[in-house]
Design a protein around this ligand. Sequence first.
Ligand SMILES: Cc1ncc(COP(=O)(O)O)c(C=O)c1O
Length: 431
Amino acid sequence: MSDLLARHRAVMPNWMALYYNEPIEIVGGKGNRVVDANGKSYLDFFAGILTNMIGYDVPEVREAVERQLATGVVHTSTLYLIRSQVELAEKIARLSGIPDAKVFFTNSGTEANETALLLATYARGSDQVLAMRQSYHGRSFGAVSVTSNRSWKNNSLSPLNVHFLHGADRHLAQFRGMSDADYIAACVDDLRHVLATAVTKDVAALIAEPIQGVGGFTMAPDGLFAAYKEVLDEEGILFISDEVQTGWGRTGSAFFGIQNHGVTPDMMTFAKGLGNGFAVGGIVARGDLMDGPHAVGLSTFGGNPISMAAANATLDYVLDHDLQAKAARTGEIIVSGLREAAERLPVVGDVRGKGLMFAIELVDPATGAPAPALAARFMEETKRLGLLAGKGGLYGSTLRMAPPLTLTEDEAREGLGILVTALEAVNDEAR
Ligand SMILES: Cc1ncc(COP(=O)(O)O)c(C=O)c1O
């Protein structure tokens, strides 16, 4: 064991997992590649869990942060006007499509979701919330209570009364083989049944990830959330889209993931990629909902001048370079290549994705059962070949990848080549 790994194990929590049999330390990065402490270079297909959204060492972001540092002001507090915060809020409000939108900045996705849940429960005078099975929304009490994945849930204590819906689980036996329309109809029937049986009177909100991150990039068929929203609207139930992973054009086909469903939610939460690594999260919501609570509130570090400088520069970069369209193109190269390879590789149970958010499901070729051990093998193999991937899903058998949106077409083809080589190796071993 390396000295740093031993020291890590001694002072960091056990539950903070490390990738790889021999974990790596990333010490440098440029473009869409990183270098570890041994000098080995990797094409980064996980981007610090979708957070290094426009890659490494981006002059526009670095210079924006350096300009702010040069003013001598790192923090002022929200007691004073912060120009960069107002500018970023204006941009996000406009892009959200939410009418009369207002924005509140936090430091993380968890905090953003806590804020959304607070606003919704306050507005509706109810602690009843709907969430999706297999979801992940963060690690605080409120966020854990709407999380639906045993591996990420340490207890059942909850400030909320939560019921979980179908919609991102069509791999289950009872839904397998259904058309999109039939699956959506079955889920809507189930939602109506939950409302009739499991809740009392008013429900505050539904919170959902348009594509489930930790869940393994499982997703509802386009249109499901529009069908859900029709039912929610009948009772005034609010809809919160958790865009922590799916925002900013990542899905290629829409700027926010939920827009793939033709739906405008009442609130969206965001974090991860917006600051390209600088800590920033937030919520964009209908103005009346945002203004609702009677008590004063603030987040000390939320929307601080440094994170705002980074986030404005990152968002401008995404828009100026139309990275959404780029994600659609590069994602298509990779996903179509993976689908082609999957036809001759029985270990691949499923390939799914939208834009630069795609996943491979590994299965036991004999039984079709989820194969977490093969996923672990794939991780070691891609590491050896110089590519960083992610792992997840309910059974730990999903390989999930989300490279920086700046990935070039050549890098997409290079990465695809590595993924296919690694899949072939795992497939050979599994036979
Ligand atoms: C969909 C989603 N929501 C919320 C969170 C929590 O964000 P954070 O880790 O910034 O608190 C995550 C983190 O992985 C996430 O994927």
